[in-house]
Design a protein around this ligand. Structure first.
Ligand code: SF4
Length: 314
């Protein structure tokens, strides 16, 4: 087993927190019309201030405008322009903006080195509970996004959300579906195992994921997923350092994007990579930065993105 854990030095831009879905565990969304969109000028100011500070990835993480809304086109164009801006300023964009039309994915491939969408869970039974008012969480539609990413040769990050009412059998089914997607297309670079931790803004009152189950799940994921797929866990959601080390021993390979704030879990700030490094050293592990695209996918990048990559590694 490798003694290296990778992470992506990242900063998150949120074009908008507005979202037409209502997932009951959400700590991110605002009602449509109650959130002003991030302007290009504000984004530029923030990105310029990050230049030369060791940030590589710009995660464009957005709430969703309904696919049939007259505002959908403006929302999509805004995301596209933010990606272009990040690229122009020397960063590597990775967009996660919910389910997209095929044509939207195809356009975003031009300005993203990788993209992402959590499968969450394959079981449709969550559509009767936490996803009752979240049409975007229809599992077959999310699986379709993975297939389109494969067809379009977009390096892709997906994952499962844990502790939202699923069973252990559901974990297996969801991970197996992801493995099957990868066997068809080879597009999955990493799978996030994301424990739901209770946040201050959510309406759902049940307990989140029982963290004691985590090492068992990581081992199961390692058995089910092809070995070239990275297994990612968010270190800010695991406060106990010894337990974090146990999660590494179980098969974790990556910590994902680490930046100032975890926009999805704002109640759980990230440790600075220097502090994480000290914890990892206790267990004989090394922390290593990586780009948001894994080297085996460089041949999939459109040529100007490949130049960006070459510039960074030069
Ligand atoms: S979890 Fe995502 S899709 Fe669901 S309400 Fe929150 S922002 Fe929207």
């Amino acid at each position: 087993m490798s003694s290296t854990i990778t992470y992506s030095p990242a900063y998150t831009l949120v074009p908008t927190y507005e979202c037409f879905n209502h997932c009951s565990y959400c700590n991110f969304r605002r009602d449509p019309g109650k959130d002003s969109w991030l302007t290009l000028e504000e984004a530029k100011q923030r990105l310029v201030s990050l230049q030369g500070k060791g940030v590589w990835e710009i995660l464009i993480l957005s709430g969703e405008v309904h696919p049939h809304s007259p505002r959908r086109q403006a929302w999509f164009q805004h995301i596209y322009k933010l990606c272009e801006l990040a690229l122009d300023l020397g960063f590597f964009p990775h967009t996660n903006a919910g389910p997209l039309f095929y044509s939207e994915m195809k356009q975003l491939k031009q300005v993203n080195v990788s993209m992402g969408l959590m499968l969450e869970q394959l079981t449709p039974k969550l559509l009767e509970t936490v996803h009752k008012n979240a049409p975007s969480k229809e599992p077959e539609m999310r699986l379709q996004q993975l297939a389109w990413a494969g067809e379009l040769k977009i390096p892709f990050t997906t994952g499962i959300l844990l502790g939202i009412g699923e069973t252990e059998a559901d974990w297996r089914d969801s991970l197996s579906a992801i493995a099957q997607q990868h066997q068809s297309w080879g597009q999955i670079q990493e799978v996030i195992l994301q424990p739901h931790r209770i946040g201050s803004q959510q309406s759902w009152t049940k307990d989140g994921f029982n963290l004691e189950e985590f090492p068992k799940l990581i081992r199961k994921a390692r058995e089910i997923l092809p070995s070239e797929i990275g297994i990612q866990i968010p270190p800010n959601l695991i406060e106990d350092s010894q337990f974090l080390l146990a999660c590494l021993e179980a098969g974790t390979t990556d910590f994902g994007g680490i930046g100032v704030i975890d926009e999805v879990n704002p109640d759980y700030p990230h440790l600075h990579p220097d502090s994480l490094e000290k914890i990892l050293k206790q267990g004989g592990w090394e922390l290593q930065p990586r780009l948001p695209v894994y080297p085996r996918y460089y041949p999939w990048l459109v040529s100007h993105l490949l130049d960006q990559k070459t510039l960074k590694s030069a």
